[in-house]
Design a binder for this molecule. Structure first.
Ligand code: NAD
Ligand code: UFG
Length: 341
């Protein structure tokens, strides 16, 4: 299939481009580079030996999208483009709502005009309500989000659902990611966050590399076996493969479908620290710090629907996640390079 990939220079998008190309699909990427570097696509080309057309475009820019759609005949789009920092969304809500909702609506309007009515969306476990019991199934309650970022994902899901309900030609795949970590095993591609990382794994790798003094473990008094928060970490290559499987499913099943992309296993912050130490052979300095506001104790997926219907399940384990994250960080201490951003 010929796939339009928004946000394709970013962390998950670039890894997904590799898997799509390796599965025989072709991709065209558009990204405004607000949180990424085009160098990621050069690495995709190096790894796959295939060309990746790239457009420096804002997905809210209808004219730019029309110019791209004039040149290609797409079968579907994967919509990764979006702002994703939870804390920043609390401080800049309008920027988040404007960016994430407007890009989704503009993209769907342009796609609809062209009769390209197949879309996969990067949703998130953050759409689930906090009062659910674990593990989270696709039927678990949603809403009651604790930050504007989460609401944008919730609202984009609704926008897509309503559009598909009104026009039966649409196929919509709402993919709810759990906690993506890791990097391509080649060491050529990985996560390259700007500034001080918010997420656990990039903070761990930067601490191991000496860029940060120590890791702050946010709370050790949660009702979990070691008192630290538990999450469902998934290797980004497994997550990328989930998109290839979901795209195949979409081609055969019209309508709106929701899938969890997680492993089904929860690990605590200290599990992650110890697994990382084991994978790298280096001690990781950490200190127990107060809980981070808005965090919950435990989040993990029931991925059985994805396994049953998509024929997909995560195959890489915690050791793979830690080894590949470190391989990327240690070979690319400045990520894709500051000058590229
Ligand atoms: P990322 O920041 O690396 O990638 C997102 C990309 O979108 C970036 O390259 C950015 O430049 C681009 N972008 C943002 N707004 C744009 C716009 N208006 N026009 C064009 N490009 C734009 O993040 P990621 O981790 O690869 O996440 C990809 C998607 O998955 C996002 O929608 C994110 O919200 C979602 N998601 C991520 C996680 C996670 O923990 N990484 C978890 C759940 C869901
Ligand atoms: N943590 C620390 N120290 C840090 C960073 C994180 O102890 O420096 C802890 C957190 O308290 C939490 C765990 O590590 O217990 C994971 O935190 P992350 O920030 O890596 O991930 P979250 O689960 O908070 O959120 C992530 C994404 C969201 C997405 C969600 C889906 O950031 O965008 O996963 O489950 F919605």
């Amino acid at each position: 299939m010929n796939v339009f990939v928004t946000g394709g220079t970013g962390y998950i998008g670039s890894h997904t481009c590799v898997e799509l190309l390796e599965a025989g699909h072709s991709v065209v990427v558009a990204d405004n580079l607000v949180n990424s570097s085009p160098e990621s696509l050069r690495r995709v080309e190096k790894l796959t030996g295939k060309a990746v057309p790239f457009y420096n475009a804002d997905i809210r820019d209808r004219d730019a999208l029309n110019r791209i759609f004039d040149q290609y005949s797409f079968d579907c789009a994967i919509h990764f483009a979006g702002l994703k920092a939870v804390g920043e969304s609390v401080e800049q809500p309008l920027r988040y709502y404007r960016n994430n909702l407007d890009s989704t609506m503009t993209l769907m309007e342009v796609m609809g005009d062209r009769g390209v009515k197949n879309i996969l969306f990067s949703s998130s476990a953050t759409v689930y309500s906090q009062d659910n019991t674990m593990p989270l199934t696709e039927e678990s309650r949603t809403g009651g989000c604790t930050n504007p970022y989460g609401w944008t994902k919730f609202m984009c899901e609704e926008i897509m659902r309503s559009t598909a309900k009104a026009d039966g030609e649409w196929s919509v795949m709402l993919l709810r990611y759990f906690n993506p970590v890791g990097a391509h095993p080649s060491g050529l591609m990985g996560e390259d966050p700007r500034g001080i990382p918010n997420n656990l794994m990039p903070f761990i790798t930067q601490t191991a590399a000496g860029r940060r003094d120590h890791l702050n473990v946010f709370g050790n008094d949660y009702p979990t076996p070691d008192g630290t928060g538990v999450r469902d970490y998934i290797h980004v290559v497994d997550l990328a493969k989930g998109h290839v499987a979901a795209m195949q499913y979409m081609a055969e099943h019209r309508g709106t479908h929701v899938f969890n992309l997680g492993t089904g296993t929860g690990y605590s912050v200290l599990d992650m620290v110890h697994a990382f130490e084991k994978a790298t052979g280096k001690p990781l300095p950490y200190k127990i710090a107060p809980r981070r506001p808005g965090d919950v104790a435990v989040v993990y997926a029931d991925p059985s629907k994805s396994e049953k219907l998509l024929g997909w399940k995560a195959e890489l384990d915690l050791e793979d996640m830690c080894r590949d994250s470190w391989n990327w960080q240690s070979h690319n201490p400045n990520g894709y390079g500051e000058e590229e951003k």
